[in-house]
Design a binder for this molecule. Sequence first.
Ligand code: NAP
Length: 276
Amino acid sequence: MKKLCVIGDPIDHSLSPVIQNAMIAAAGLDFAYGACRVAGAETARWLARAKAEGYGGFNATMPHKENLVPLVDELDREARQLGAVNTVAIRGGVAYGYNTDGRGFLRALVEAGMGPAGKDVLVLGAGGAARAVVHKLVEAGAETVVANRTVERAEKLCAEFGATACDFSAQTLSEYAAKSDLVVNCTNLGMTGVAGQFEDLSFLECLPAHAGVYDLIYSPRKTALLERAERLGLQNSNGLGMLIWQGVFALEHFADETLDEAALGAAARAALEGLE
Ligand code: NAP
C-alpha cells in the first residue's frame, strides 16, 4: 500500500483526505491518504521522514508550499515559475515537486463555462493563490488586471507574469469591472473564520451582463460576493472545482499515470456533497 498525506499547520480543516480517499477508491488504487500537522520550521525534517518511512508522496498547504522549493530533488517547470510546491511525489527515494493549483483552477474555470482565452479578467488579490491563477490566465491568453490592497505586491506579481496592477479602491474596481468579462476573487475576503468581508460590492454592478465571477473560496459555499453576482444574474462559481481538480492532478502524480479524470472528479464531488 502506498502511503500518502497532506501536511500543513493548521491541518484539521483540510478536505484533501476526503477528496483523495474518494478518488483512490474510485480508481481502485492501493493507496491510503491521511493528514499530518507539520509546523513551518519542520518542512525539511518532514521530507526526510517521508522518504525514510516510504511515503509515496504528499500534498502541502500553508506554510510549506514555498519552503519545499529548495528542498525537493526535482522541481517541475510550473512549480519553479510559481515558487511554490503543492504536490511531492516520492519515487525511488527521489522527491519530485509539482504545483497543480494553476491547472486545477483553469480546469475548474473551463468546467464552469468561464474559460479565459481572449477575455479581460480582473483578479482580486495578489497572494499565493493569485500567483497560480494569474500565471494560468496570462498563459491562456487573458488580458489580466490584478487589484490588491498592497499595490506593491500586485505590481511585483504583474511584472513577473505580464499583467497590469492596480489598487483595491471601490472606484478602481468599478472602472476595471466595466471592461472585464470575468472577475476572480483570490483574496481571503468572505472566507469562513476570516474576519474580513468586502466593504463594497457595487463594482459587480459595473460588469457587463455576460461576465462571470469565480471565487476561489469554497467555505462558505456561497460567499457574499457570489450571492451578489447571482442576484445580478451573473454566471458564478465557488472554488470547490479548483480544489477538486488540483487534487485529481496530484493523484496522477502520485500514481505516475494518467487516470480517468472525469470519474475521479465525480467521486470527489460526491464525497464533498456527502459532507454538506
Ligand atoms: P494569501 O497568500 O494570504 O493572500 C491573501 C490575499 O487576500 C492577499 O492579496 C491580501 O492582500 C488579500 N486580503 C486579505 N485581507 C484583505 C482585506 N481585509 N482587504 C483586502 N484584501 C485582503 O492567501 P492565499 O493562499 O492566496 O489564499 C487566498 C484565498 O484563496 C483563501 O481564501 C484560500 O482559501 C483560497 N484558495 C482556494 C483554493 C482552492 O483550491 N479553491 C486554493 C488556494 C487558495 P494583501 O497582499 O494586501 O495582504
